[in-house]
Design a protein around this ligand. Structure first.
Ligand code: BGP
Length: 465
Protein backbone atom coordinates (compact mmCIF):
# COMPACT_ATOMS: atom_id res chain seq x y z
CA UNK A 1 0.00 0.00 0.00
CA UNK A 2 1.26 3.43 -0.91
CA UNK A 3 -0.03 6.78 0.34
CA UNK A 4 -0.93 9.34 -2.27
CA UNK A 5 -1.16 12.65 -0.43
CA UNK A 6 -2.05 15.78 -2.34
CA UNK A 7 -0.92 19.34 -1.65
CA UNK A 8 -2.71 21.41 0.97
CA UNK A 9 -5.88 23.15 -0.26
CA UNK A 10 -6.09 20.89 -3.30
CA UNK A 11 -9.28 21.48 -5.31
CA UNK A 12 -11.52 18.42 -5.26
CA UNK A 13 -14.68 18.65 -7.27
CA UNK A 14 -16.45 18.13 -10.54
CA UNK A 15 -17.27 20.03 -13.68
CA UNK A 16 -20.51 20.52 -15.56
CA UNK A 17 -21.97 23.08 -17.93
CA UNK A 18 -25.10 25.22 -18.09
CA UNK A 19 -26.49 23.79 -21.34
CA UNK A 20 -25.99 20.21 -20.14
CA UNK A 21 -27.64 20.61 -16.74
CA UNK A 22 -29.98 23.54 -16.34
CA UNK A 23 -32.93 22.64 -18.53
CA UNK A 24 -35.65 25.11 -19.45
CA UNK A 25 -38.90 25.97 -17.78
CA UNK A 26 -41.72 28.01 -19.22
CA UNK A 27 -41.25 31.71 -18.73
CA UNK A 28 -37.60 31.51 -17.60
CA UNK A 29 -36.67 34.04 -20.27
CA UNK A 30 -33.90 31.93 -21.78
CA UNK A 31 -33.25 32.54 -25.48
CA UNK A 32 -32.54 29.87 -28.06
CA UNK A 33 -29.04 28.63 -28.65
CA UNK A 34 -27.71 26.40 -31.43
CA UNK A 35 -28.57 23.23 -29.47
CA UNK A 36 -32.21 24.21 -28.95
CA UNK A 37 -32.43 25.08 -32.62
CA UNK A 38 -30.66 22.00 -33.97
CA UNK A 39 -32.78 19.72 -31.81
CA UNK A 40 -35.96 21.34 -33.18
CA UNK A 41 -34.60 20.85 -36.67
CA UNK A 42 -33.26 17.30 -36.44
CA UNK A 43 -34.29 15.54 -33.20
CA UNK A 44 -33.32 12.19 -34.72
CA UNK A 45 -29.66 13.24 -34.50
CA UNK A 46 -29.90 13.04 -30.67
CA UNK A 47 -29.66 9.74 -28.80
CA UNK A 48 -33.21 8.51 -28.05
CA UNK A 49 -34.34 11.92 -29.28
CA UNK A 50 -33.66 13.49 -25.88
CA UNK A 51 -33.03 17.21 -26.33
CA UNK A 52 -31.49 20.05 -24.34
CA UNK A 53 -34.69 21.09 -22.55
CA UNK A 54 -34.67 17.72 -20.70
CA UNK A 55 -31.42 18.07 -18.82
CA UNK A 56 -30.98 17.31 -15.13
CA UNK A 57 -33.18 20.29 -14.11
CA UNK A 58 -30.54 22.13 -12.15
CA UNK A 59 -32.48 25.33 -12.81
CA UNK A 60 -35.06 24.19 -10.29
CA UNK A 61 -33.11 21.63 -8.26
CA UNK A 62 -29.85 23.45 -7.62
CA UNK A 63 -30.29 23.69 -3.85
CA UNK A 64 -30.70 19.93 -3.54
CA UNK A 65 -27.79 19.44 -5.93
CA UNK A 66 -25.45 21.66 -3.95
CA UNK A 67 -26.25 19.56 -0.87
CA UNK A 68 -25.30 16.46 -2.83
CA UNK A 69 -22.04 18.09 -3.86
CA UNK A 70 -21.30 18.63 -0.21
CA UNK A 71 -22.15 15.01 0.51
CA UNK A 72 -19.70 13.90 -2.15
CA UNK A 73 -16.81 15.95 -0.79
CA UNK A 74 -16.67 18.90 -3.20
CA UNK A 75 -14.70 21.98 -2.16
CA UNK A 76 -14.96 23.46 -5.67
CA UNK A 77 -17.33 23.05 -8.61
CA UNK A 78 -17.32 24.33 -12.18
CA UNK A 79 -20.30 25.16 -14.29
CA UNK A 80 -20.93 27.64 -17.10
CA UNK A 81 -23.24 30.58 -17.51
CA UNK A 82 -25.48 30.08 -20.51
CA UNK A 83 -24.93 33.07 -22.76
CA UNK A 84 -28.44 32.63 -24.19
CA UNK A 85 -29.94 32.61 -20.70
CA UNK A 86 -28.27 35.87 -19.69
CA UNK A 87 -28.68 37.54 -23.09
CA UNK A 88 -31.60 35.82 -24.84
CA UNK A 89 -30.56 37.40 -28.13
CA UNK A 90 -26.82 37.16 -27.50
CA UNK A 91 -26.58 40.91 -26.85
CA UNK A 92 -28.78 43.80 -25.79
CA UNK A 93 -31.12 43.23 -22.85
CA UNK A 94 -30.12 41.20 -19.85
CA UNK A 95 -32.62 38.58 -18.62
CA UNK A 96 -33.11 39.48 -14.94
CA UNK A 97 -34.37 36.00 -14.09
CA UNK A 98 -31.02 34.63 -15.22
CA UNK A 99 -29.24 37.11 -12.95
CA UNK A 100 -31.31 35.97 -9.96
CA UNK A 101 -30.78 32.29 -10.80
CA UNK A 102 -27.01 32.48 -11.15
CA UNK A 103 -26.56 34.73 -8.11
CA UNK A 104 -28.63 32.41 -6.02
CA UNK A 105 -26.86 29.27 -7.35
CA UNK A 106 -23.35 30.69 -6.75
CA UNK A 107 -24.35 32.01 -3.30
CA UNK A 108 -25.71 28.60 -2.36
CA UNK A 109 -22.41 27.00 -3.37
CA UNK A 110 -20.41 29.49 -1.32
CA UNK A 111 -22.63 29.02 1.70
CA UNK A 112 -21.97 25.29 1.56
CA UNK A 113 -18.20 25.83 1.38
CA UNK A 114 -17.91 25.05 -2.33
CA UNK A 115 -16.09 27.60 -4.45
CA UNK A 116 -17.81 28.21 -7.79
CA UNK A 117 -15.61 28.19 -10.90
CA UNK A 118 -17.43 29.74 -13.81
CA UNK A 119 -16.88 29.23 -17.49
CA UNK A 120 -18.31 31.65 -20.05
CA UNK A 121 -18.65 29.50 -23.14
CA UNK A 122 -19.42 25.79 -23.32
CA UNK A 123 -20.38 25.17 -26.99
CA UNK A 124 -23.60 27.20 -26.65
CA UNK A 125 -23.78 29.97 -29.25
CA UNK A 126 -26.95 32.05 -28.96
CA UNK A 127 -29.02 31.39 -32.07
CA UNK A 128 -29.31 35.00 -33.19
CA UNK A 129 -25.54 35.33 -33.19
CA UNK A 130 -25.16 32.06 -35.10
CA UNK A 131 -27.55 33.42 -37.70
CA UNK A 132 -25.19 36.31 -38.32
CA UNK A 133 -22.15 34.02 -38.57
CA UNK A 134 -21.42 32.77 -35.04
CA UNK A 135 -17.68 32.57 -34.36
CA UNK A 136 -17.01 33.30 -38.04
CA UNK A 137 -18.11 36.85 -37.46
CA UNK A 138 -16.08 39.58 -35.83
CA UNK A 139 -19.31 40.96 -34.33
CA UNK A 140 -19.59 37.79 -32.25
CA UNK A 141 -16.22 38.58 -30.67
CA UNK A 142 -17.53 42.02 -29.67
CA UNK A 143 -20.79 40.52 -28.36
CA UNK A 144 -18.82 37.92 -26.37
CA UNK A 145 -16.61 40.57 -24.76
CA UNK A 146 -19.70 42.57 -23.77
CA UNK A 147 -21.26 39.39 -22.35
CA UNK A 148 -18.06 38.54 -20.44
CA UNK A 149 -17.83 42.04 -18.94
CA UNK A 150 -21.46 41.85 -17.88
CA UNK A 151 -20.79 38.52 -16.14
CA UNK A 152 -17.79 39.96 -14.30
CA UNK A 153 -19.89 42.94 -13.19
CA UNK A 154 -22.92 40.90 -12.15
CA UNK A 155 -21.19 37.95 -10.49
CA UNK A 156 -17.58 39.02 -9.86
CA UNK A 157 -18.20 39.51 -6.14
CA UNK A 158 -19.16 35.82 -5.86
CA UNK A 159 -16.89 34.23 -8.46
CA UNK A 160 -13.10 34.43 -8.27
CA UNK A 161 -12.19 31.77 -10.84
CA UNK A 162 -13.28 32.49 -14.37
CA UNK A 163 -12.72 30.64 -17.63
CA UNK A 164 -13.18 32.14 -21.06
CA UNK A 165 -13.94 28.88 -22.90
CA UNK A 166 -14.29 25.16 -22.39
CA UNK A 167 -12.49 23.17 -25.10
CA UNK A 168 -12.59 25.87 -27.78
CA UNK A 169 -11.20 23.39 -30.33
CA UNK A 170 -14.46 21.41 -30.12
CA UNK A 171 -16.71 24.05 -31.77
CA UNK A 172 -14.01 24.29 -34.48
CA UNK A 173 -14.00 20.52 -34.99
CA UNK A 174 -17.70 19.90 -34.48
CA UNK A 175 -19.08 22.92 -36.31
CA UNK A 176 -16.56 23.43 -39.12
CA UNK A 177 -14.66 20.19 -39.80
CA UNK A 178 -16.32 16.97 -38.68
CA UNK A 179 -20.04 17.72 -38.41
CA UNK A 180 -20.97 16.98 -34.83
CA UNK A 181 -22.09 20.47 -33.83
CA UNK A 182 -24.37 22.90 -35.64
CA UNK A 183 -23.80 24.41 -38.27
CA UNK A 184 -22.13 21.19 -39.51
CA UNK A 185 -19.86 22.75 -42.10
CA UNK A 186 -16.71 21.16 -43.50
CA UNK A 187 -14.38 24.00 -44.30
CA UNK A 188 -10.83 24.43 -43.02
CA UNK A 189 -10.70 28.13 -43.90
CA UNK A 190 -13.76 28.73 -41.73
CA UNK A 191 -12.35 26.50 -39.00
CA UNK A 192 -9.19 28.62 -38.87
CA UNK A 193 -11.23 31.83 -38.67
CA UNK A 194 -13.42 30.42 -35.90
CA UNK A 195 -10.37 29.30 -33.90
CA UNK A 196 -8.77 32.71 -34.35
CA UNK A 197 -11.87 34.53 -33.15
CA UNK A 198 -12.14 32.26 -30.11
CA UNK A 199 -8.53 33.04 -29.22
CA UNK A 200 -9.10 36.74 -29.71
CA UNK A 201 -12.33 36.73 -27.71
CA UNK A 202 -10.52 34.97 -24.87
CA UNK A 203 -7.64 37.48 -24.83
CA UNK A 204 -10.06 40.41 -24.91
CA UNK A 205 -12.10 38.99 -22.02
CA UNK A 206 -8.89 38.45 -20.04
CA UNK A 207 -7.86 42.04 -20.75
CA UNK A 208 -11.25 43.31 -19.56
CA UNK A 209 -11.16 41.16 -16.43
CA UNK A 210 -7.70 42.28 -15.40
CA UNK A 211 -8.60 45.94 -16.00
CA UNK A 212 -11.57 45.59 -13.66
CA UNK A 213 -9.25 44.63 -10.80
CA UNK A 214 -11.60 42.08 -9.22
CA UNK A 215 -8.78 40.16 -7.57
CA UNK A 216 -9.67 36.79 -9.00
CA UNK A 217 -8.06 34.60 -11.63
CA UNK A 218 -9.03 34.00 -15.22
CA UNK A 219 -8.01 31.18 -17.49
CA UNK A 220 -9.14 28.82 -20.21
CA UNK A 221 -10.05 25.14 -20.23
CA UNK A 222 -8.44 23.05 -22.97
CA UNK A 223 -8.76 19.40 -23.88
CA UNK A 224 -5.07 18.75 -24.36
CA UNK A 225 -5.37 15.37 -26.04
CA UNK A 226 -1.71 14.34 -26.41
CA UNK A 227 -0.64 13.23 -29.90
CA UNK A 228 1.59 10.16 -29.80
CA UNK A 229 3.48 8.99 -32.89
CA UNK A 230 3.08 5.34 -33.91
CA UNK A 231 6.85 4.93 -33.75
CA UNK A 232 8.94 7.43 -31.85
CA UNK A 233 12.03 6.47 -33.82
CA UNK A 234 10.37 7.17 -37.17
CA UNK A 235 10.86 10.88 -38.02
CA UNK A 236 7.86 10.87 -40.39
CA UNK A 237 5.54 9.61 -37.64
CA UNK A 238 7.01 12.11 -35.18
CA UNK A 239 6.53 14.97 -37.65
CA UNK A 240 2.93 13.92 -38.35
CA UNK A 241 2.17 13.81 -34.61
CA UNK A 242 3.65 17.29 -34.17
CA UNK A 243 1.41 18.68 -36.90
CA UNK A 244 -1.66 17.07 -35.32
CA UNK A 245 -0.60 18.56 -32.00
CA UNK A 246 -0.25 22.00 -33.61
CA UNK A 247 -3.74 21.80 -35.15
CA UNK A 248 -5.63 20.52 -32.13
CA UNK A 249 -3.66 21.50 -29.01
CA UNK A 250 -1.10 24.21 -29.58
CA UNK A 251 -3.50 26.29 -31.75
CA UNK A 252 -5.18 27.21 -28.45
CA UNK A 253 -2.55 26.41 -25.82
CA UNK A 254 0.23 28.55 -27.28
CA UNK A 255 -1.81 31.75 -27.66
CA UNK A 256 -3.41 31.22 -24.23
CA UNK A 257 -0.11 30.75 -22.36
CA UNK A 258 2.56 32.29 -24.60
CA UNK A 259 0.48 34.77 -26.58
CA UNK A 260 1.56 33.38 -29.95
CA UNK A 261 0.53 30.80 -32.54
CA UNK A 262 2.62 27.69 -33.29
CA UNK A 263 4.92 28.26 -36.26
CA UNK A 264 4.08 24.90 -37.96
CA UNK A 265 0.41 25.83 -38.04
CA UNK A 266 1.06 29.37 -39.27
CA UNK A 267 3.23 27.95 -42.08
CA UNK A 268 0.48 25.55 -43.19
CA UNK A 269 -2.21 28.19 -43.05
CA UNK A 270 -0.07 30.60 -45.09
CA UNK A 271 0.76 27.96 -47.65
CA UNK A 272 -2.91 27.11 -48.09
CA UNK A 273 -3.71 30.84 -48.31
CA UNK A 274 -6.37 30.56 -45.61
CA UNK A 275 -5.02 33.10 -43.14
CA UNK A 276 -7.82 34.40 -40.94
CA UNK A 277 -9.00 37.96 -41.27
CA UNK A 278 -7.69 40.01 -38.39
CA UNK A 279 -7.55 43.57 -37.18
CA UNK A 280 -4.28 45.51 -36.86
CA UNK A 281 -4.07 45.14 -33.06
CA UNK A 282 -5.34 41.59 -32.68
CA UNK A 283 -1.99 39.84 -32.41
CA UNK A 284 -0.80 42.39 -29.85
CA UNK A 285 -3.96 41.86 -27.79
CA UNK A 286 -3.36 38.09 -27.89
CA UNK A 287 0.32 38.57 -27.00
CA UNK A 288 -0.40 40.82 -24.04
CA UNK A 289 -3.36 39.07 -22.45
CA UNK A 290 -2.48 35.54 -21.49
CA UNK A 291 -4.12 33.37 -18.86
CA UNK A 292 -3.54 33.18 -15.10
CA UNK A 293 -4.69 29.59 -14.79
CA UNK A 294 -4.97 26.61 -17.14
CA UNK A 295 -7.75 24.01 -16.91
CA UNK A 296 -6.83 20.69 -18.51
CA UNK A 297 -9.47 18.23 -19.69
CA UNK A 298 -8.14 14.76 -20.39
CA UNK A 299 -10.02 11.70 -21.58
CA UNK A 300 -7.97 9.91 -24.22
CA UNK A 301 -4.78 10.11 -26.29
CA UNK A 302 -4.53 10.68 -30.05
CA UNK A 303 -2.40 8.12 -31.93
CA UNK A 304 -0.84 9.34 -35.15
CA UNK A 305 1.18 7.96 -38.04
CA UNK A 306 2.67 9.52 -41.16
CA UNK A 307 0.19 10.00 -44.03
CA UNK A 308 -0.28 6.72 -45.86
CA UNK A 309 -3.78 7.01 -47.25
CA UNK A 310 -4.37 8.99 -50.47
CA UNK A 311 -5.27 12.66 -50.10
CA UNK A 312 -9.00 13.22 -50.30
CA UNK A 313 -9.81 16.71 -51.51
CA UNK A 314 -13.52 16.28 -51.78
CA UNK A 315 -13.97 18.75 -48.94
CA UNK A 316 -10.99 20.97 -49.68
CA UNK A 317 -7.94 20.91 -47.42
CA UNK A 318 -8.30 19.16 -44.06
CA UNK A 319 -5.94 18.65 -41.08
CA UNK A 320 -5.81 14.95 -42.04
CA UNK A 321 -3.93 15.87 -45.23
CA UNK A 322 -0.87 15.96 -42.95
CA UNK A 323 -1.25 12.78 -40.90
CA UNK A 324 -3.25 9.58 -40.48
CA UNK A 325 -4.84 8.26 -37.32
CA UNK A 326 -3.16 5.15 -36.01
CA UNK A 327 -5.28 2.34 -34.63
CA UNK A 328 -2.86 0.91 -32.07
CA UNK A 329 -3.33 -2.81 -31.45
CA UNK A 330 -4.19 -4.02 -27.93
CA UNK A 331 -5.08 -0.63 -26.54
CA UNK A 332 -7.25 -0.44 -23.45
CA UNK A 333 -10.69 0.87 -24.39
CA UNK A 334 -13.76 2.41 -22.84
CA UNK A 335 -16.01 0.49 -25.18
CA UNK A 336 -19.11 2.58 -24.48
CA UNK A 337 -17.59 5.87 -25.55
CA UNK A 338 -15.13 4.28 -27.96
CA UNK A 339 -12.23 6.11 -26.35
CA UNK A 340 -8.84 4.64 -25.47
CA UNK A 341 -7.92 4.67 -21.78
CA UNK A 342 -4.30 5.69 -21.35
CA UNK A 343 -3.67 6.91 -17.82
CA UNK A 344 -0.13 8.10 -18.39
CA UNK A 345 -1.43 10.69 -20.86
CA UNK A 346 -2.45 12.90 -17.94
CA UNK A 347 1.12 12.83 -16.63
CA UNK A 348 2.54 13.63 -20.05
CA UNK A 349 0.31 16.69 -20.38
CA UNK A 350 1.25 17.93 -16.91
CA UNK A 351 4.94 17.37 -17.62
CA UNK A 352 4.59 19.32 -20.87
CA UNK A 353 3.06 22.30 -19.05
CA UNK A 354 5.96 22.22 -16.59
CA UNK A 355 8.72 21.86 -19.15
CA UNK A 356 7.40 23.91 -22.05
CA UNK A 357 4.81 26.32 -20.64
CA UNK A 358 6.62 27.92 -17.71
CA UNK A 359 5.03 25.52 -15.21
CA UNK A 360 1.86 27.56 -15.36
CA UNK A 361 -0.62 27.10 -12.53
CA UNK A 362 -3.03 24.44 -13.70
CA UNK A 363 -5.58 21.89 -12.59
CA UNK A 364 -7.30 18.89 -14.11
CA UNK A 365 -10.62 20.41 -15.06
CA UNK A 366 -12.21 17.25 -16.54
CA UNK A 367 -11.42 13.55 -16.45
CA UNK A 368 -13.91 10.73 -16.27
CA UNK A 369 -15.53 7.70 -17.75
CA UNK A 370 -18.86 7.54 -19.56
CA UNK A 371 -20.62 4.17 -19.30
CA UNK A 372 -23.84 3.00 -20.90
CA UNK A 373 -26.50 1.03 -19.03
CA UNK A 374 -25.24 1.60 -15.49
CA UNK A 375 -28.61 0.44 -14.07
CA UNK A 376 -27.26 -3.09 -14.38
CA UNK A 377 -24.84 -2.37 -11.52
CA UNK A 378 -27.49 -1.28 -8.98
CA UNK A 379 -27.18 -3.16 -5.67
CA UNK A 380 -29.96 -4.11 -3.26
CA UNK A 381 -29.78 -0.65 -1.64
CA UNK A 382 -30.35 1.02 -4.97
CA UNK A 383 -26.75 2.25 -5.31
CA UNK A 384 -24.86 1.90 -8.59
CA UNK A 385 -21.61 0.04 -7.89
CA UNK A 386 -19.39 1.73 -10.43
CA UNK A 387 -16.07 0.20 -9.41
CA UNK A 388 -14.74 0.72 -12.96
CA UNK A 389 -15.06 4.50 -12.40
CA UNK A 390 -13.20 4.32 -9.09
CA UNK A 391 -10.42 2.37 -10.80
CA UNK A 392 -10.32 4.82 -13.70
CA UNK A 393 -10.00 7.83 -11.40
CA UNK A 394 -7.52 6.17 -9.03
CA UNK A 395 -5.24 5.21 -11.90
CA UNK A 396 -5.29 8.74 -13.31
CA UNK A 397 -4.80 10.35 -9.90
CA UNK A 398 -1.66 8.29 -9.34
CA UNK A 399 -0.14 9.94 -12.39
CA UNK A 400 -1.35 13.39 -11.32
CA UNK A 401 0.34 12.74 -7.99
CA UNK A 402 3.58 11.74 -9.69
CA UNK A 403 3.60 14.90 -11.81
CA UNK A 404 3.05 17.03 -8.70
CA UNK A 405 5.88 15.21 -6.91
CA UNK A 406 8.11 16.13 -9.83
CA UNK A 407 7.22 19.78 -9.47
CA UNK A 408 4.22 20.41 -11.74
CA UNK A 409 2.08 23.27 -10.45
CA UNK A 410 -1.18 21.32 -10.50
CA UNK A 411 -3.57 22.50 -7.80
CA UNK A 412 -6.71 20.45 -8.27
CA UNK A 413 -8.68 17.65 -9.84
CA UNK A 414 -12.22 17.88 -11.15
CA UNK A 415 -14.11 14.94 -12.52
CA UNK A 416 -16.58 15.03 -15.32
CA UNK A 417 -19.16 15.09 -13.81
CA UNK A 418 -21.20 15.63 -10.66
CA UNK A 419 -24.45 14.06 -11.75
CA UNK A 420 -25.37 12.25 -14.93
CA UNK A 421 -26.10 14.87 -17.51
CA UNK A 422 -27.13 15.51 -21.07
CA UNK A 423 -24.20 15.12 -23.43
CA UNK A 424 -24.96 16.88 -26.71
CA UNK A 425 -25.97 14.44 -29.44
CA UNK A 426 -25.17 11.52 -27.12
CA UNK A 427 -27.85 12.88 -24.77
CA UNK A 428 -27.98 10.44 -21.81
CA UNK A 429 -26.33 7.49 -23.54
CA UNK A 430 -23.13 7.42 -21.48
CA UNK A 431 -23.36 8.32 -17.81
CA UNK A 432 -20.41 10.07 -16.17
CA UNK A 433 -21.76 11.20 -12.81
CA UNK A 434 -20.80 10.53 -9.22
CA UNK A 435 -24.55 10.79 -8.75
CA UNK A 436 -27.18 8.96 -10.80
CA UNK A 437 -30.13 10.81 -12.29
CA UNK A 438 -33.26 8.79 -12.99
CA UNK A 439 -35.08 10.41 -15.88
CA UNK A 440 -38.10 8.20 -15.30
CA UNK A 441 -38.53 9.46 -11.75
CA UNK A 442 -38.43 13.21 -12.31
CA UNK A 443 -34.66 13.26 -12.26
CA UNK A 444 -34.31 11.54 -8.88
CA UNK A 445 -30.71 11.70 -7.65
CA UNK A 446 -28.85 8.81 -5.99
CA UNK A 447 -25.17 8.94 -5.03
CA UNK A 448 -23.19 6.15 -6.71
CA UNK A 449 -20.45 4.13 -5.02
CA UNK A 450 -17.92 6.42 -6.73
CA UNK A 451 -19.57 9.45 -5.11
CA UNK A 452 -19.12 8.00 -1.63
CA UNK A 453 -15.56 7.01 -2.52
CA UNK A 454 -14.78 10.47 -3.89
CA UNK A 455 -15.81 12.02 -0.59
CA UNK A 456 -13.27 9.93 1.32
CA UNK A 457 -10.54 10.95 -1.11
CA UNK A 458 -11.42 14.63 -0.78
CA UNK A 459 -11.69 14.44 3.02
CA UNK A 460 -8.35 12.64 3.37
CA UNK A 461 -6.83 14.81 0.63
CA UNK A 462 -5.55 11.62 -0.93
CA UNK A 463 -5.86 7.87 -0.83
CA UNK A 464 -3.99 4.64 -0.33
CA UNK A 465 -3.58 2.11 -3.08
C1 BGP B 1 -15.99 17.14 -22.82
C2 BGP B 1 -16.98 18.25 -22.68
C3 BGP B 1 -18.16 17.95 -21.84
C4 BGP B 1 -18.60 16.51 -21.79
C5 BGP B 1 -17.44 15.51 -21.83
C6 BGP B 1 -17.84 14.08 -22.05
O1 BGP B 1 -15.39 17.20 -24.07
O2 BGP B 1 -16.38 19.41 -22.14
O3 BGP B 1 -19.17 18.85 -22.19
O4 BGP B 1 -19.63 16.26 -22.65
O5 BGP B 1 -16.50 15.86 -22.79
O6 BGP B 1 -17.90 13.77 -23.40
P1 BGP B 1 -19.17 13.20 -24.12
O7 BGP B 1 -20.32 13.89 -23.51
O8 BGP B 1 -19.03 13.54 -25.56
O9 BGP B 1 -19.16 11.74 -23.88
Amino acid sequence: MKHYDFPKNFWWGTAASGPQTEGRIKGDGKGENIWDYWYDLEPEKFFNQVGPEKTSQVYTKYREDVQLMKETGHNTFRTSIQWSRLFPKGKGEVNQQAVSFYRSYFTELLEQGIEPFVNLYHFDMPLELQQTGGWLSRDTVDAYVAYAKTCFELFGDLVKKWFTHNEPIVPVEGGYLYQFHYPNHINLKEAIQVGFHENLASAKAIEAYHKMGQKGEIGIILNLTPSYPRDETNPEDVKAARVADAFFNRSLLDPAVKGEFPSELVAIVKELAIMPEMGPDDLTIIKENTIDLLGINYYQPRRIKAKETPLDHQNGPMPEDYFDYYDMPNKKMNIYRGWEIYEKGIYDILTNTRENYGNIKCYISENGMGVEGEERFVNSEGVIEDDYRITFVTDHLKYVHQAIQEGTNCVGYHMWTCMDNWSWTNAYKNRYGLIAVDLNQDGKRTIKKSGHWFKTVAMKNGFEA
